[in-house]
Design a protein around this ligand. Structure first.
Ligand SMILES: Cc1cc2nc3c(=O)[nH]c(=O)nc-3n(C[C@H](O)[C@H](O)[C@H](O)COP(=O)(O)OP(=O)(O)OC[C@H]3O[C@@H](n4cnc5c(N)ncnc54)[C@H](O)[C@@H]3O)c2cc1C
Length: 486
C-alpha cells in the first residue's frame, strides 16, 4: 500500500514528477535508508531520481514549498552518517545517480565538466583517456560520486601533492533550496570577482544546496612512478622519513601512508589474496609513492637513494620497491583494504583526526598508551594519510572468548562517548582537528558544537539560514538549528 493518503506530500510528489522519478519500491528504499557504517537507520518518504538539473530544481522548489526535508545522497559511502534520513518517514532522499554525464572534456584548458552523479573512478578514467590526471583517489572510488566527494571535501591518498577536493575545483553548478540554479561552471584559474561562493558548497554536506555539476582541474598524467613499502621503527621515524623524502625528492612525493603491523594482520586475515610486501616484522610501515609527468624518469633510483640515506640515519629498518605495476597494486591493496578488513573483524570506533606533523608522533604514543591501559575492550588500529597529518585513529573490538562477540562489541560501543571525548580533547589541545576529511554528518554534530568557536558557529548558522531559511536541506546534519531541525 502506498504510504500517505490522497493529497499527501508523497502523492503530490508522484503526481508532479511521476513514479519513474519518485521511487517507493521497498528494496530501493531499504538501501538508501541506512548509512554506510549502519550507524543510523532511517525511513525515507521516497527516493527521488532526477535526470537533469532542471528536474532537481523543480523538485527542490516543490519540497521547499511543502517543507519536505531533502537528503542528498551520492554513493552513500559517508563515514559519519551524512546520508541517512531520519525515521519520521517525511524526508525525501535525492540521488543524482542518473546524472552521470561528462558534459565537457577540455585538455587544452586542463579541465573537465562532469555531472555530480559520476562515479569517481569514471571521472579518473575519463581524464586518463585524454592523457590527463584527476588526482582525487580514495578507497571508495568505485562507488562514491563526485557530488559526494565535493560535498565532503574528500581527501584521499594524493592530498600531500595535489590538495583536498576543494583544491581541484574550478566551478560548480548548484541548485539552491528554493530551486534557483547557481552556476559558476566557468573553467577559469583566475577570477577574483567578489566572494568565491563555490567554496561554501564544498564540504557543506548537502546542507546548503544540491551540487549538480562541477568544473574540475586536470593535471599532467604521471608517466614515471616509484612506490616503496618501508618498515620504520616508530611513528616518529615515519614523520622524519617524510622530511627526508621531501629533501631528496621535493614535490615528487604524492602519497605517504602510515600502516601499523596490526592493520596488515587484519588485511591478510580477512582478505584472501593479499600479499605482505616485506619479510620480518616491524611495528610500523610506510607506503610512499613519488611520481613525475616526465617519461622514463629514474624515480626508482631516486627513491632508493632517499631510503638508503634514511636507513643510515636509523629512520628505516627495511624497504622494498615495487618492481612491476602488479607489485605496486599489491602494496596499495593492503592500504586500501584496511577499512574493509576492520569492518569484517567486528565493530570499531573511528576517529578521523589531524594534527600538526610535529605533534603527531607524540599524540600517537600518548593516546596509544591510554588505550592500552584504559580500554581492555579494544585495540588501536592507527593508520592514514600521515603526509597530511591525518590519522584514522580507530579502535577495534578485542576478541574475548569469555564473552559472546556481541557482548564484547557492546562493551566497546558502550564506552564510545567517553573514548571519543578523551581522544578529541587531546587532539584539540594539540591544535588538531576532530574531523580531518570525513566531515560532520550526523555523527559529529556535538563535536562541532564543542570545538568550534562561538563566532564560527554563529557565522555557520547565519550562512545556513541565508541559503536554506526553511531548513529543508539535509536537516540535522552538520549544524543543529532549533528553529530549522525537524
Ligand atoms: C572504503 C572507504 C574508504 C574511504 N576513504 C576515504 C578517504 O581516503 N578520504 C576521504 O575523505 N573519505 C574517504 N571515505 C569516505 C567517503 O568515501 C567520502 O566521504 C566520499 O567523498 C563520499 O562520497 P559519496 O558519493 O559516497 O557521498 P555520500 O556518502 O552519498 O554523501 C556524503 C555527504 O554529501 C552529501 N551529498 C552527496 N551528494 C551530494 C550532492 N550532489 N550535492 C550535495 N550534497 C551531496 C550527502 O548528503 C552527505 O552529507 C571512504 C569511505 C569508504 C567506504
Amino acid at each position: 500500500m502506498m504510504p500517505g493518503g490522497a493529497g499527501s506530500p508523497l502523492q503530490q510528489l508522484i503526481a508532479q514528477f511521476g513514479s519513474s522519478v519518485i521511487v517507493i519500491d521497498a528494496s530501493q528504499l531499504a538501501a538508501v535508508n541506512v548509512d554506510h557504517r549502519k550507524l543510523y537507520q532511517g525511513k525515507a518518504l521516497a527516493l527521488a531520481l532526477p535526470r537533469s538539473t532542471a528536474e532537481v530544481s523543480k523538485l527542490l522548489a516543490f519540497c521547499n514549498a511543502l517543507r519536505i526535508g531533502v537528503i542528498p545522497q551520492g554513493g552513500n559511502t559517508s563515514y559519519c552518517g551524512g546520508t541517512a534520513p531520519d525515521d519520521s518517514g517525511t524526508q525525501l532522499v535525492l540521488s543524482l545517480r542518473r546524472m552521470n554525464t561528462l558534459r565537457e572534456m577540455n585538455p587544452v584548458n586542463d579541465s573537465m565538466i562532469v555531472e555530480a552523479g559520476c562515479i569517481l573512478a569514471d571521472v579518473q578514467r575519463a581524464a586518463a583517456d585524454v592523457g590527463r590526471f584527476f588526482p582525487l583517489s580514495l578507497g571508495a572510488e568505485g562507488s562514491c560520486q563526485i557530488g559526494g566527494n565535493l560535498s565532503t571535501n574528500a581527501g584521499g591518498v594524493n592530498v600531500v601533492r595535489y590538495g583536498m577536493t576543494r583544491d581541484l575545483v574550478l566551478g560548480l553548478e548548484v541548485v539552491l533550496a528554493d530551486g534557483r540554479v547557481l552556476s559558476t561552471l566557468q573553467a577559469l584559474r583566475k577570477d577574483n570577482t567578489g566572494y568565491d561562493l563555490r567554496h561554501l558548497f564544498i564540504g557543506a554536506e548537502g546542507t546548503l544546496g544540491v551540487i549538480t555539476a562541477a568544473s574540475l582541474k586536470l593535471f599532467p598524467a604521471p608517466r614515471s612512478v616509484a612506490t616503496a613499502f618501508v618498515a620504520v621503527p616508530t611513528s616518529a621515524s615515519a614523520v622524519s622519513l617524510l622530511n627526508e623524502l621531501r629533501t631528496h625528492c621535493g614535490d615528487l612525493v604524492s602519497s605517504f601512508e602510515l600502516i601499523p603491523d596490526i592493520a596488515i594482520d587484519l588485511v591478510v586475515r580477512h582478505l584472501p589474496g593479499s600479499r605482505v610486501p616485506l619479510d620480518g616484522t616491524s611495528p610500523w610501515y610506510v607506503l610512499c609513492e613519488i611520481t613525475s609527468a616526465l617519461p622514463n624518469e629514474p624515480l626508482g633510483e631516486r627513491l632508493e637513494a632517499a631510503l638508503a640515506a634514511a636507513l643510515e640515519a636509523g629512520l628505516v629498518t627495511n624497504a622494498t620497491l615495487a618492481q612491476s605495476e602488479r607489485e605496486r597494486q599489491d602494496f596499495w591493496f593492503i592500504r586500501e583494504h584496511i577499512p574493509e578488513a576492520q569492518r569484517r573483524d567486528g565493530p570499531s570506533l573511528k576517529h578521523d583526526i589531524s594534527l600538526p606533523l610535529d605533534r603527531l608522533a607524540a599524540f600517537i604514543a600518548s593516546a596509544g598508551d591510554w588505550i592500552r591501559d584504559e580500554i581492555p575492550e579494544g585495540y588501536l588500529v592507527c593508520y592514514g594519510h600521515v603526509g597530511d597529518g591525518n590519522l584514522h585513529f580507530n579502535i577495534n573490538q578485542t576478541a574475548n572468548p569469555v564473552q559472546s562477540p556481541n557482548a564484547a562489541a557492546g562493551a566497546l560501543v558502550s564506552r564510545q562517548n567517553e573514548i571519543r571525548r578523551v581522544i578529541h580533547d587531546r587532539v584539540h589541545e594539540l591544535g588538531g582537528s576532530f574531523s580531518a576529511e570525513h566531515g560532520i554528518g550526523r555523527h559529529k554534530v556535538e563535536e562541532l558544537e564543542r570545538y568550534a568557536s562561538p563566532l564560527e558557529l554563529e557565522l555557520m548558522r547565519a550562512i545556513k539560514r541565508t541559503f536554506d531559511p526553511n531548513g529543508i536541506m539535509n536537516p540535522g546534519k552538520v549544524l543543529r538549528i532549533a528553529s530549522l531541525s525537524r
